[in-house]
Design a protein. Structure first.
Length: 117
């Protein structure tokens, strides 16, 4: 079992930056693929970025070059550095932990990011 809690969301102007954090507790954090997803009102939840246990990363085309995902296994935390934010980045951002090849898939409650002037 893994419990996830996101933090760092808020209101930011276009072009600004935010850093999201997701703290995990419970099972062995380092073996999980960690990810950030987002969901805007009226839209489906979509992938933002993932990072595997070995550190390989994957990004949605819409955030490549602007967002960076990283993890600190000692702190059981995954981060999402978001730069050059756009209004279309406005959404609730969710942290995900997935153990590949198993049914172990966990979500945090989400944190709101609003990009507006």
């Amino acid at each position: 079992q893994v419990q996830l809690v996101e933090s760092g969301g808020g209101l930011v102007q276009p072009g600004g930056s935010l850093k999201l954090s997701c703290a995990a507790s419970g099972s062995i954090f380092s073996i999980y693929t960690m990810g950030w997803y987002r969901q805007a009102p009226g839209n489906q939840r979509e992938l933002v970025a993932t990072i595997t246990r070995s550190g390989s990363t994957n990004y949605a085309d819409s955030v490549k070059g602007r967002f960076t995902i990283s993890r600190d296994n000692a702190k059981k935390t995954v981060y999402l550095q978001m730069n050059s934010l756009k209004p279309e980045d406005t959404a609730t951002y969710y942290c995900n932990a997935n153990l590949v090849g198993t049914s172990r898939n966990y979500w945090g409650p989400g944190t709101q990011v609003t990009v507006s002037s």
